[in-house]
Design a protein. Sequence first.
Length: 213
Amino acid sequence: MAGYKNSPLVCTYTIMAICVLVWLGEIFVPGVFSAVVLTPSLGISEPWRLLTSAFAHSPSGIWHILTNMLMLWLIGRSLEPRLGRRDFVICYLLSAVGGNTVFVLLAGLSSSSSAVVGASGAVFGLFGVLLALSRRDGVPSSGIWILVGINLVYSFIVPGIAWQAHLGGFFTGLAAGLMLLRGRDRHPSGWLAPLLLLIPIAAILGVASAVLG
């Protein structure tokens, strides 16, 4: 246990563990899936689902959670040691909520009643954070853009994928990364800067409520 606590990926592994436990609950415990899944209408009436759905995955097979956890582990290996645990978690949660908020608005505007679960919006957000770090460090980021582009195209052309959450998560993560790095460079409490994104997130949710209500 001590080794786990000292791991540079403790937050990545913790998020993965929560996702697996929720997924197992969806399979074996009646009512878990319906309690955490997100739809446009539920995102407005029960906004906590913007977060809970990001820790849930399709209970009908292992492929959904397996691919998301693999991507989370791969990017967490690079990002968590560089950001630190606190800032990694902040960016992850903001990306999850921001991505799902965009899903609520855009899916609602298209009169879609689609239900969404999955960590992919948050994972796309971590790609955005990684781009912000690359920009700060002067590291070429063309490879990241290509990877993000391929995944976004895949999201658009394959039915049943919530591309709105992927797109929203990516831009939320990119903004969170830029704000975090700039804030930390200017002031010790600069890590709080990304939390200002809760204001536009709340505004988007308010617009969605007004339009869809």
